[in-house]
Write a protein that binds this ligand. Structure first.
Ligand code: CTP
Length: 402
C-alpha cells in the first residue's frame, strides 16, 4: 500500500521523539520514500544522524542552509509529499500549527502541505486536557487534518493518563488504512441526522434532550473525508460542520427534521440516523409566554412522526439505512426488534449503562447489529474512532456503488 508513497515526517521536541526512528524504519521497509524534518528542540531528543541513516536522506532542521545563503524549500516539500505525518507534536507546536505561527521549518512545511496531514500529539495529561490544547486540536481537525489521538498510559512525567504518543505500528496502520480507504465513499450520497430536536412549548421554552450532536457531526465528517457528498440534517447545536463535502441543513423540531429527511433521502445511497429525535411534541403551542400560576399545569403531548420508520418504508433496494438505538435495559432485544420493525439494514446500539458512552462525552462505545441479529461489539474510544468504525462497517457490509 505504501510502496512509492512520498512521506514527510515532522518531529517536534517531545521525549516521545525516541519512537520515530522505528516509524521511519517501518515506512522505508514498506517501500515509502521518507524525508524527515525536525524542530531544533527535537534534535535534543533524537539525533538527525539516526534519522538520516534510517530514511537514507538528509534531515532538514533549519530553514536556511549553513553559510551559503540558500534556503531549504518547504514549498517544494509540500508539493512533493503524498502524506505528512507530524509526530510527536507538542502542545506548543499544536498551537503554532493551529494558528499558522511559522517560526521553524516544520511549521512552514505543515503550512505548505497539499496532501493529507496526520498529527499525533504527545504531552503530559494535564496539558492534553487543557481547553487550549483541545481547542487547537479541534481547529486542526476542522481544517481537514487527521488527528492521531494519544493513548492512555504511563507518561514521561511518571503520571498516568491520556497523552502518550500512539505507537509507531499503530501510526503506520492508520496511514496505510488511509491510503486504502481514502476515497471509498466517492460518488456516494450520504445523509446524516445529528443533534436533538426542540419541541416548542411557548416562545421561550421547549422540550429537548441532552444530545449535543457530536456523534452525528463526527460521522458526517468521516464520510466527507472519504469522498462522500454528505447532507447533514442538524437539530439545534453549537457545533460547526467544517468540511467542504458537507452540506448542512438546520432544523429545530422533529416535524422539520421529518420534512428535510423525506426530501433528502430519495437521492441518498446511505442514510445514518444519529439524531435524538423527540418522540412527543406539545399538542398546542402557545404564541405568548405561559404565565406562572399556583396550579399544577398539565402539558398535553402528541407523538411526533417516526422519521426512521418512514425512511424504512420508503427504502429502495440500493439504499443502506442505519438507525441508532439508545437503550437503558434489554439493549440487544430492543435493538433487534427495531431493525426489523423499522426495516433497517443496521442499527448502532448505544447503552447508557456503559461508562464513557453517552451524551456530551468525547468518547463512545457502540455495538452494531445486522438484520440477522448478529452483534459486532466495539470498544470504548474517541467519537472520531467510533465514526470510523461505523463507516468502515457500512463500507464493508452495506454499500454498493450507485
Ligand atoms: N427516530 C426517528 N424519529 C423519531 C424518533 C426516533 O427517526 N420520532 C430515530 C432516531 O434517530 C434513531 C432511532 O429512531 O435512529 C431510534 O431512536 P430511539 O429513541 O432509540 O428509539 P425509538 O424508536 O424512539 O423507540 P423508544 O424511544 O421507544 O426506545
Amino acid at each position: 500500500m505504501l510502496k512509492g508513497k512520498k512521506i514527510v515526517i515532522g518531529i517536534t521536541g517531545s521525549i516521545a521523539a525516541y519512537k520515530i526512528p522505528f516509524l521511519v524504519r517501518m515506512l522505508v521497509r514498506e517501500g515509502a520514500e521518507v524525508r524527515v524534518i525536525m524542530t531544533p528542540v527535537a534534535k535534543d531528543f533524537v539525533t538527525p544522524l539516526t534519522l538520516s541513516t534510517l530514511s537514507q536522506h538528509a534531515v532538514i532542521v533549519d530553514p536556511f542552509k549553513a553559510g551559503d545563503g540558500e534556503w531549504n524549500n518547504h514549498v517544494e516539500l509540500g508539493q512533493w509529499a503524498d502524506a505528512m505525518i507530524f509526530a510527536p507534536v507538542t502542545a506548543n507546536s499544536l498551537g503554532k500549527m493551529a494558528h499558522g505561527i511559522a517560526d521553524n521549518f516544520v511549521i512552514t512545511a505543515y503550512l505548505s502541505a497539499k496532501c493529507p496531514v496526520f498529527i499525533a500529539p504527545a504531552m503530559d495529561l494535564d496539558m492534553f486536557a487543557h481547553p487550549s490544547t483541545r481547542n487547537n486540536i479541534d481547529t486542526l481537525r476542522s481544517y481537514g487534518n487527521f488527528i492521531i489521538e494519544p493513548q492512555v498510559g504511563e507518561l514521561a512525567s511518571g503520571l498516568s493518563g491520556p497523552g502518550r504518543l500512539e505507537e509507531p505500528e499503530a501510526i503506520l496502520k492508520i496511514v496505510r488504512d488511509h491510503f486504502m480507504r481514502q476515497q471509498d465513499l466517492q460518488n456516494m450520497k450520504v445523509m446524516v441526522t445529528a443533534g436533538p430536536t426542540y419541541e416548542k412549548i411557548d416562545p421561550v421554552r421547549f422540550l429537548g434532550n441532552y444530545s449535543t450532536g457530536k456523534m452525528g457531526f463526527t460521522i458526517a465528517y468521516e464520510a466527507a473525508q472519504r469522498g462522500a457528498d454528505v447532507t447533514l440534517i442538524a437539530g439545534p447545536t453549537s457545533l460547526v460542520a467544517d468540511h467542504p463535502g458537507i452540506h448542512r441543513l438546520d432544523v429545530e423540531s422533529a416535524e422539520e427534521m421529518y420534512e428535510a429527511c423525506m426530501k433528502e433521502m430519495t437521492s441518498s445511497n446511505v442514510v445514518i440516523m444519529a439524531a435524538a429525535v423527540a418522540d412527543y411534541t406539545c399538542a398546542s403551542k402557545s404564541f405568548q409566554k405561559l404565565k406562572k400560576s399556583a396550579e399544577t399545569r398539565i402539558l398535553e403531548l402528541t407523538p411526533t412522526p417516526d422519521i426512521l420508520r418512514e425512511i424504512g418504508k420508503r427504502k429502495t433496494e440500493n439504499q443502506v439505512i442505519v438507525g441508532f438505538a439508545l437503550e437503558t435495559d434489554n439493549e440487544l432485544d430492543h435493538a433487534r426488534k427495531k431493525i426489523i420493525d423499522k426495516n433497517l439494514d443496521f442499527i448502532v446500539l448505544n447503552s447508557l449503562n456503559d461508562i464513557g458512552a453517552g451524551f456530551g462525552l468525547e468518547t463512545n462505545k457502540i455495538s452494531i447489529l445486522d438484520r440477522t441479529g448478529k452483534v459486532y461489539p466495539g470498544k470504548l474510544q474517541s467519537k472520531a474512532a467510533v465514526a470510523k468504525e461505523i463507516i468502515d462497517f457500512i463500507v464493508k457490509n452495506g454499500t454498493s456503488q450507485p
